[in-house]
Write a protein that binds this ligand. Structure first.
Ligand code: DX5
Ligand code: ZN
Length: 219
């Protein structure tokens, strides 16, 4: 089984020193940089937009994994593609019937694409779009805030997704986001999750490199 990838979320970083934060994550062994974009409408808070993605782009060679928690994602995708995103993931709830079309649009811009489902959205809502995805993101907390508790029942959806991907011969990574800790990481990876997003577990740790290694199961 390939090693689990760790995608620290810069939502938990110092926003006044984001370039340095991203450089440090790369030195500490991160595999991707997870960028949580919130628009104040799809979720109550506002974080940052494509200018932040463009600003951190020169600070790392790691793939930028942009998680769009926004209303009408299709209208904002081009800006993030131009800013240097490597992955852009969009919520099934925000795309509605335009999910497949939106995923194709992301790919047409030369960016890897993914669908996201919130905790109350069933796997079936995105199943049909999985063949179009490079990444499938299962939210294990309600989108909007870092530092929440992992919602156990969401893990079954990650397992469903992995089984679907394997049984249909697709090459799509399964990612989980929210409440991942050093304590639950091995169990989550064991359910077939390829990419663990971690905010507090990395930024709240005294030693980010040790935390990333422990999340990956290397310690
Ligand atoms: C929540 C975000 C997550 C969150 C993860 O809306 O999508 O990426 O920041 O943070 P932790 O790991 O602290 O739960
Ligand atoms: Zn996220």
């Amino acid at each position: 089984m390939p090693e689990t990838k760790i995608a620290p979320s810069i939502l938990s970083a110092d926003f006044a020193a984001m370039g340095a934060a991203v450089e440090k994550l790369e030195r500490c062994g991160a595999d991707l940089i997870h960028c949580d974009v919130m628009d104040g409408s799809f979720v109550p808070r506002i974080t940052f937009g494509s200018q932040m993605v463009a600003a951190i782009r020169p600070h790392t060679k790691l793939p930028l994994d942009v998680h769009l928690m926004v209303v009408d994602p299709a209208s904002k995708i081009k800006d993030f593609a131009e800013a240097g995103a490597d992955y852009i993931t969009v919520h099934a709830e925000a795309c509605g019937e335009r999910l497949a079309e939106t995923l194709r649009y992301i790919r047409s811009l030369g960016v890897k694409c993914g669908a996201v489902i919130s905790p109350d959205t069933p796997f079936a809502a995105a199943e049909g779009a999985l063949e179009l995805c490079d990444m499938f993101l299962v939210m294990s907390v309600y989108p909007g805030l870092g530092g929440q508790k992992f919602i156990e029942r969401t893990l079954a959806k990650a397992e469903q997704a992995k089984n679907f991907i394997l049984s249909h011969g697709l090459s799509c990574l399964v990612e989980i986001d929210g409440g991942v800790t050093v304590q639950n990481a091995a169990r989550i990876a064991g359910a077939g999750v390829d990419v663990l997003v971690a905010g507090n577990a990395v930024f709240g740790a005294p030693d980010a490199a040790a935390a990333i290694a422990a999340l990956r199961g290397g310690v």
